[in-house]
Unconditional design. Structure first.
Length: 234
């Protein structure tokens, strides 16, 4: 399904003309709002990305991701074969107050947003003195879609098929609510809940057969939490 097809489906379910650009813009806005809420709600597997960047001798600050990031998972120095810690501002300031230390990367500080690009910036500690490859695992955000994306298939935008239904039902519910059709909005919200449950189940299955032993007070394990076809095994 393309973004344009999703817009058409939303407008047909709302009962609005799918050939009117004003209505298309409203539907696209609601699809974007639904996408933003969907991204923020659940740790979706399809948002997890791995990339690399190279340190430069004498350069401390980098923009390793040309886009928005909702979570940083890990940094690894592939050249020297060891993981890097993500540290907070207090640790970063206390490790080397005068910023005189240099060498191979040991820590990463998430330093904010680049004023020019708006993309996230990181600082490498200590100041790199060589060109090393750093592997980054992170969760991406989804950029707002415009009319230039209308012809794009959701799969090429990085969105799985099950989420197409989430976007259509969610956007339709929001549109009907704006029009004062509470009954129709409630119907579409019910459809949204149904497909969201399916999407959540699929998301869990994509995590593999993970096991999470919970630690109770005193350090004793009472149950084994599994992420597969069952929830808990005594």
């Amino acid at each position: 399904m393309t973004l344009a097809q999703a817009i058409t489906r939303v407008l047909k379910r709302v009962g609005m003309s799918s050939s009117t650009s004003e209505f298309q813009d409203v539907a696209r806005t609601y699809i974007n709002l639904m996408m933003a809420e969907t991204v923020s709600d659940i740790p979706w597997w399809w948002l997890d990305i791995t990339t690399t960047f190279a340190t430069v001798d004498g350069t401390r600050t980098y923009n390793p991701i040309s886009g928005q990031v909702t979570a940083w998972w890990s940094f690894v120095d592939e050249t020297n074969n060891y993981p890097l810690d993500i540290i907070d501002a207090d640790s970063y300031d206390s490790f080397d107050p005068d910023r005189s230390e240099s060498g191979d990367a040991r820590d990463i500080y998430i330093s904010g947003v680049d004023a020019t690009t708006g993309y996230p910036a990181i600082d490498v500690f200590p100041l790199p003195d060589s060109a090393d490859t750093i592997r980054v695992r992170y969760r991406k955000d989804v950029d707002e879609w415009t009319s230039s994306n209308d012809a794009s298939d959701f799969l090429t935008l990085g969105i799985p098929r099950i989420i197409e239904s989430v976007l259509v039902y969610g956007a339709t519910s929001l549109y009907l609510e704006e029009l004062g059709d509470d009954s129709g909005a409630g119907r579409e919200a019910g459809n949204l809940d149904r497909v969201m449950r399916i999407a959540r189940k699929q998301n869990i299955q994509m995590q593999g057969n993970k096991r999470y032993p919970p630690i109770t007070q005193g350090g004793q394990v009472n149950a084994l939490i599994r992420v597969d076809s069952s929830l808990a095994v005594p």
